[in-house]
Design a protein around this ligand. Structure first.
Ligand SMILES: [Zn+2]
Length: 85
């Protein structure tokens, strides 16, 4: 494999784009249907929205929206931390 690292969109990158405290994550992340972060679960390769599940909508999303920046983030782009301990 002689390809350079730069122009390949690979999933090997495990550097999180965003670090969020759990208390911040609750209001900052929303699912594509508009539900707040407290109802979102971070899974290995997708987000799971409990409110969508309760409404009979497919609850698995590849991305959720960061309300502060308007960006869409995959689970591996967000590191959720607990600093209050
Ligand atoms: Zn939802």
């Amino acid at each position: 494999m002689a390809a350079t690292d730069d122009d390949v969109a690979d999933d090997d990158d495990d550097e999180p784009v965003l670090e969020l405290d759990t208390s911040v994550e609750r209001w900052r992340l929303v699912c594509p249907a508009g539900h707040r972060g407290s109802k979102l679960k971070q899974r290995f390769d997708h987000w799971h929205c409990r409110q969508c599940k309760q409404r009979g909508i497919d609850p698995a999303y590849s991305y959720v929206k960061d309300q502060q920046t308007g960006r869409y983030l995959a689970p591996d782009e967000v590191e959720i931390t607990t600093r209050s301990a």
